[in-house]
Design a protein around this ligand. Structure first.
Ligand SMILES: *[C@@H]1O[C@H](CO)[C@@H](O)[C@H](O)[C@H]1NC(C)=O
Ligand SMILES: *[C@@H]1O[C@H](CO)[C@@H](O)[C@H](O)[C@H]1NC(C)=O
Length: 410
């Protein structure tokens, strides 16, 4: 099958233009903080890029009932090309040359009502040849510095300092082999956040290499952002080049081809405690098992989102060395107490179906090139009294209420 990618010169015009922009855009915008970090610069670049160009580049826009504006931008004008030039993006693909069959969700009996969409769809869609980009708002600028602290974590040791908060997880991990694909079905919830600069998210994480030198990670999932649940993706190229995570502008390098789903846009609907559960399928796969390859992502049964180009990575372009699935919270330990920021549904795993949040249909492809459940997985839960995880091989429950009078009162 021919690769649906074009390379080289056809994109040089775009590259030249973005190079021009890159040097023109002032790196020092006032008031965003973290001026010396790459994250800080990058977010300024994101925001500057958006303020200067999105209005001109947008073909039309859609207002979402939640107050967001979604710009439909020509696929060739997406910010990835701005960043990716610096990261030597050499080709642009309109589709994967290979779609893993065994990993489709056709085999999964997803109920029709469990289909998740985005709120802005209520006011129309984006036309062919464009992608939706959530427009940056004032409040994003304020949040930028706290989200930056999420991406800025360089070493696990920094988890033990309060600067930037305590990073707490309830995760399932597989490691010790080479990995090429993963899929999972995640149900959607709206955890409560106590402090503005805290974070709660549910994710799949794909890791390659070793910190600090050639660590690469990509992740995708949902997170709480301004009291909304948004879809996000994230790339960490190495220990120093970390990124904030919550929309396309903050996930430089991800080349989006999908016109239906905006990164950073609200998900709808969300699961209801002891009532209807809504879920979202994620599938992430490396294009070529032999040799270097892009990592593609599909969300839901039909949204082929796009890809992280192999040229952005060192280790991950060959294979992943670890997968993680589960929840993460940043706890700011306000007044020296664990905060009541929730993970997942805000309920402990032992409450089970329709009450606790879950990942199900977990599958991976490893070095033997066989699709299977993640064997020999292990659990990471630093504060099981606050957030715990209970594993059943191909599904697990995770989450918790954070601070509570029964267990988590540290
Ligand atoms: C990260 O930055 C530090 C300080 O600037 C530098 O010493 C180190 O080599 C960098 N690491 C990588 C992987 O680039
Ligand atoms: C956490 O979950 C495990 C099961 O995965 C259970 O054995 C353990 O007791 C739980 N811990 C707490 C503190 O509830």
């Amino acid at each position: 099958m021919a690769s649906p990618c074009v390379s080289g010169r056809r994109w040089s015009r775009i590259v030249k233009r973005t190079l021009f922009l890159y040097f023109l855009i002032p790196m020092a915008a006032a008031g965003i903080g973290n001026t010396n970090t790459i994250v800080g610069q990058k977010q300024k670049l994101d925001i500057q890029w958006q303020l200067k160009h999105l209005n001109k580049l947008t073909l039309l826009n859609r207002s979402s009932p939640d107050g967001d504006i979604i710009d439909c931008v020509h696929i060739k004008n997406q910010p990835a090309f701005d960043y990716s030039f610096r990261w030597r993006l050499q080709k642009f693909c309109l589709g994967p040359s290979f779609h893993p069959k065994g990993l489709s969700f056709d085999d999964v009996s997803s109920k029709p009502e469990s289909l998740i969409t985005q709120l802005w769809h209520l006011n129309g869609r984006c036309p062919e040849g464009t992608i939706p980009i959530r427009r940056t708002k004032e409040e994003d600028l304020l949040r930028a510095s706290s989200v930056a602290s999420y991406g800025r974590k360089k070493h696990p040791q920094s988890d033990t300092t309060n600067k930037g908060g305590f990073h707490e997880h309830a995760l399932i991990v597989v490691t010790g082999d080479k990995y090429y694909r993963t899929k999972a079905t995640i149900n959607s919830w709206k955890p409560q956040i106590q402090e503005q600069d805290e974070l709660s998210l549910s994710k799949l994480l794909i890791l390659g290499g070793v910190a600090p030198k050639d660590l690469n990670t990509i992740e995708a999932g949902w997170m709480v952002c301004f009291l909304k649940i948004v879809f996000y993706s994230c790339l960490q190229k190495d220990a120093n080049q970390t990124m904030g995570c919550y929309n396309l502008l903050c996930s430089p390098g991800f080349v989006q081809i999908n016109k239906e789903i905006a990164l950073g846009g609200s998900l709808n609907p969300l699961s209801v405690y002891a009532a209807t559960q809504y879920e979202l399928n994620f599938l992430v796969w490396k294009q070529d098992i032999k040799g270097r390859g892009d990592w593609w992502m599909q969300v839901g049964n039909k949204y082929l989102m796009g890809y992280w180009p192999a040229s952005l990575f060192v280790s991950l372009s060959e294979s992943a060395s670890q997968f993680q699935w589960g929840g993460k919270v940043i706890n700011q330990q306000k007044n020296r107490q664990h905060t009541s920021t929730q993970m997942g549904s805000g309920h402990f795993p032992e409450e089970g179906f329709s009450r606790a949040s879950y990942f199900k249909n977990l599958q991976i492809v490893d070095g033997s090139n066989i699709l299977r459940f993640p064997k020999r997985s292990f659990i990471v839960a630093e504060k099981p009294n606050c957030y715990n995880v209970t594993n059943f091989v191909n599904y697990f429950y995770y989450g918790g209420p954070g601070r509570n009078q029964w267990r988590c009162h540290i």
